[in-house]
Design a protein around this ligand. Structure first.
Ligand code: ADP
Ligand code: MG
Length: 408
């Protein structure tokens, strides 16, 4: 008997819902594509390329549209003998400075075995090596720096590179930078001189609305799902949920993927709205757990206090009483407690993160006060906290006591 058996009850091509899939058609971005093409036009005309800065939330098609257009550009550039176009794309997400980006670019351009080490050189030396490599490529060189916001304030390369030609550091190559950012604040925080050059052409990708997401998703579903296992209602629900949240096509695709998996795991052979709702729940849970993981220690302890009150059926509870519980928790764990004011700040941060909700109460002469309760499933909060506090700080037993017995 086989151990592994093919189960293609729902999906015809599941990979079409994943990050790495490149759609062969871009929908709902006609205006953005026009502006983008206009910004790329000098490449075909044989002039120095524009530097382009592209921004928008995650999942609004920045990477997909860029890949799509650059592919077209490369094809069409081949039709002109006097154009020698090279495109180099780098995802900067794992990199946190200009230095690292420059090293990465040098190593992409060098032949195997010729890579330089990722540390130990002065920054200018690495930049000079980069100019050498780019000049060796020659012609028009487009550098796509995706998720460039991860370099934060270490943005020197974005200042230097566009000026390399006028300074004589580059002789053969005409360089254009295409910077892509998920974070609009990154643009504002750039050195004004960098803004001037890098943001020569600025393109903004707005969030998608429900109708746009529905159209995008429906084309993808045709490829990804077997045709007799779903109807439009499911696609529309995924689109509506994603539109209400962040307008991200990625989110809509994730919902559809997870919904399909839910159906498959349940042994259902038709995809229904309840599967999408389950999927939404699952994504929400992951989001919460991720949010909780990023809190500081006292953020965790403030949340732990609310969780333990919730378990006792005592929420919503006013912040003063949450603080009392927090003091007990710190005491039991042998951790120095913070002042009431700071704990209130942590509670208010937890509210901003969507982990707690607050209600304002009037108490006559003594002013108003807030009551807090969990805005996420108790079980999700509990599990995330257990991971954080229990394992990292070796506080299993106290955490367990505050979170409730978990031995059953
Ligand atoms: P971003 O780079 O802005 O975070 P992506 O380009 O990665 O977003 O898009 C997220 C997902 O949605 C990808 O799978 C992409 O193929 C798909 N997608 C986004 N916009 C469109 C669109 N207009 N048409 C078709 N697919 C799209
Ligand atoms: Mg992207």
């Amino acid at each position: 008997m086989r151990r592994f058996e093919r189960k293609r009850t729902i999906f015809a091509n599941k990979d079409a819902l994943r990050e790495s899939y490149q759609p062969d058609r871009i929908q709902e971005r006609d205006e953005e594509i026009d502006a983008y093409m206009d910004a790329l036009q000098p490449v075909i005309d044989g002039w120095e390329p524009n530097n382009i800065f592209l921004y928008g939330n995650t999942g609004v098609g920045k990477t997909a549209v860029t890949e799509y257009l650059l592919e077209r550009l490369r094809e069409d550039a081949r039709g002109y003998d006097d154009i020698d176009l090279s495109v180099l794309t780098l995802n900067c997400k794992p990199l946190s400075s200009s230095y690292q980006v420059a090293v990465e670019l040098v190593n992409e351009l060098r032949p195997d075995g010729g890579e330089i080490s990722t540390t130990g050189y002065p920054q200018q030396t690495v930049f000079n090596k980069l100019y050498e490599e780019i000049d060796a490529v020659g012609g028009t060189v487009l550098l796509v720096l995706d998720e460039i916001d991860s370099i934060g304030e270490k943005d020197e390369l974005l200042y230097e590179l566009p000026r390399a030609r006028s300074k004589g550091d580059l002789e053969n190559a005409k360089v254009g930078i295409i910077g892509i950012s998920n974070d609009f604040k990154f643009r504002d925080q750039l050195d004004p001189r960098v803004q001037d050059t890098l943001c020569e052409r600025e393109l903004q990708f707005p969030p998608y609305n429900a109708q746009e997401l529905s159209n995008i998703l429906s084309s993808r579903a045709e490829i990804a799902l077997r045709e007799d296992v779903y109807d439009d209602a499911v696609v529309r629900l995924c689109a509506a949920l994603a539109a209400k949240d962040r307008g991200s096509a990625r989110q809509a695709l994730d919902l559809l993927l997870l919904a399909g998996e839910q159906a498959q795991n349940n042994g259902d052979d038709f995809l229904e709205e309840r599967h999408v709702e389950q999927a939404q729940h699952e994504l929400e849970r992951e989001r919460v757990e991720e949010g909780i993981r990023q809190l500081t220690q006292h953020g965790h302890l403030a949340l732990l206090s609310v969780v333990s009150l919730a378990r006792a059926g005592r929420t919503p509870e006013r912040s003063r009483n949450i603080y009392d519980r927090y003091l007990d928790v710190c005491d039991a764990m042998g951790i120095d407690s913070l002042a009431q004011r700071s704990v209130h700040n942590h509670l208010s941060d937890l509210r901003m993160l969507g982990i707690l909700t607050a209600r304002e109460n009037r108490s006559g002469s003594r002013g108003n006060f807030y009551s807090y309760e969990l805005d996420v499933p108790l079980e999700s909060a509990r599990r995330a906290l257990e991971d954080e506090l229990g394992i990292e700080d070796g506080l299993e037993r106290t955490t367990q006591a505050a979170l409730g017995d978990h031995g059953e």
